[in-house]
Write a protein that binds this ligand. Sequence first.
Ligand code: GUN
Length: 293
Amino acid sequence: MELIDGKKINLEVRAEIAKEVNEMVARGEKRPNLAVIIVGDDGASATYVASKVKTCKEVGFESTDIQLPDSTTEAELLAKIEEINQNNDIDGLIVQLPLPKHISEDKVIEAIDFKKDVDGFHPINTGRMAMGFTSYLPATPAGIIELLKRYNIDTEGKDCVVLGRSNIVGTPISLLMSRKAKPGNATVTICHSRTKNLKEVCSRADILIAAIGQCEFVTADMVKEGAVVIDVGIHRVKSDKTKSGWKLKGDVKFDEVAPKCSFITPVPGGVGPMTIISLLKNTLLAAQNKIYN
Ligand code: GUN
């Protein structure tokens, strides 16, 4: 069993991005600039956004951090998005989700200029991805693909089972695993709350991607000997074994599943570190006009 080390790959990609930024600046070009909008004071979202802004700085990007109060109206948020769409200094824009209940996430996602949509959530980017056109890939699926690529994990003709069908992870990773590419060319099954014989379907998987949002859902009896297991879950659970009193766990029961695997991502330190770095990679591509002109 080999651990897939997301922290190590994060550092590799981070160094590659920083090098490109240095070269851009040396050529007299401006630094990539990522705008991040957060509405309200959700604690977990604030932590993610702080981490995105910090990583921008570390690779030499500018960032534009916009914090709006919970009382912001949908119209006010849409106006802010339009202002950033029109601002040529800003290359990428993300609006941190979830949003307060009185604001439509669908409207917000559609309001972002698809050329600045470095989250890859806009229907134009999702549609282009589905058709195999160039597009911004959503960060978590892009991070998973990068891990498979850098660990030389063969996906061609393999049975890949994806647990979960969210717009952010399950649906896009299933498309990416099935497309004609490397990594890709897998035979993909998506499982969800209505799937029959879930255990049996999972235990046929050569590659199992767990993005179901339930702590330690995947147990050893659901995993084939020699499988590759990618764990997208992040759950903070109480623990009397850590100083903080908390421990992070995934969607996979790591201790019993890991011995059966050829490769597995740990939580923390697997998929998590790849998500932010993939967002920054998209922002770099935006600044370089590599996806759209
Ligand atoms: N909330 C949870 N994950 C994400 C993400 O990747 N992007 C945005 N904008 N919000 C999120």
